[in-house]
Design a protein around this ligand. Structure first.
Ligand code: DON
Length: 304
């Protein structure tokens, strides 16, 4: 398969696509990014790297970080915490408060904001230095210790985290947040503020395509069984109230972020990432979804 030719076709298809999406502005710092940025990176298990555009420029990974948080929690605690966060699709926006009230403060899954806030609370209880340990984990799976947070994005989100604070307060009223609300909010926002390029994210996501092993040296980062579960949650919950649409159009497990990034995997074959900041009304990268739909169409294979 000539993957570079397929990516070149996707790049030219994208240049003809009208884009009606809007760059996220509820975190003011994110609104400063050019809507024209676009990059894609495909990292194949057997045949290396293919890419185009701004694929080496770092951007705010935002909710893509939720996959790393879940991976760390599953490594530290096995399955014990799944009584505090479920694994069902929510069908609601990523920052919705509605289900939490009638489901007694138990978030539907770890990839909506409420679920990732519970995971952050769990990691604070279990780890000595949560922020350092989180960044160390990202360094370990990318073998790149230059990756860090964007301090302006971190500060900008901290100044307007009203909904996340509301989610935390509601869950604490049900007893599902054990630590100080401010500390959990700070750690959660820190994870979202990590900046990575498509290329770096594709390397990180290779563990989910490669049965939990780092490709470079075969180190087992997380067990194959846990990798299967994480991929299953990405498939059913990675795109909030658009998870069905992403499965329908693309057919891969993946995770989006409001920075305009999407990371997806074809287990046993590849990890792929795309970055285009304008978001559709559900908060997912409009052109990113289109690019991945073209990838599974032009290659003729997805997980289905
Ligand atoms: O908590 C928030 O609202 C953001 N830091 C992350 C949201 C996000 O990326 C949703 N993804 N599509």
């Amino acid at each position: 398969m000539d993957y570079q030719q397929i990516l070149d076709t996707i790049k030219s298809d994208l240049s003809l696509m009208p884009c009606t999406g809007k760059v996220a502005s509820y975190i003011p710092e994110l609104a400063k990014i050019s809507p024209k940025k676009i990059g894609m990176h495909l990292h194949c298990i057997n045949s290396g790297h293919y890419s185009f555009g701004d694929n080496e420029e770092r951007f705010s990974i935002q909710s893509i970080s939720k996959v790393f948080g879940l991976t760390m929690a599953m490594s530290v605690l096995n399955d014990k915490f799944f009584e505090r966060v479920d694994v069902e699709p929510s069908g609601d926006p990523f920052n919705s408060l509605i289900q939490l009230e009638y489901e007694n403060g138990i978030p539907r899954n770890p990839f909506i904001n409420a679920g990732a806030l519970v995971i952050s609370d769990i990691l604070i209880s279990e780890l000595k230095n949560p922020k350092k340990d989180f960044l160390d984990f990202v360094h370990k799976i990318t073998e790149n210790d230059t990756i860090t947070i964007n301090p302006e994005v971190f500060k900008s989100e901290k100044e307007c985290s009203f909904r996340n604070a509301a989610l935390l307060n509601l869950m604490k009223s049900f007893g599902n947040i054990k630590n100080d609300i401010e500390e959990v909010l700070d750690f959660y926002t820190y994870q979202c503020a990590i900046a990575m390029s498509c290329k770096e994210l594709a390397t990180a996501f290779m563990i989910y395509a490669n049965s939990g092993k780092r490709l470079s040296n075969g180190d087992q980062i997380i067990s194959p069984q846990k990798t299967k579960r994480i991929n299953a949650i990405m498939q059913t919950c990675g795109f909030y109230d658009e998870a069905g649409e992403f499965s329908f159009r693309v057919g891969l497990p993946g995770k989006s972020g409001v920075g305009g990034g999407i990371a997806a995997v074809h287990p046993g074959h590849y990890a792929v990432t795309v970055w285009s900041p304008p978001l559709n009304p559900k908060g997912n990268s409009e052109l990113g979804m289109y690019a991945l739909e073209r990838l599974t169409t032009l290659t003729g294979f997805s997980i289905f």
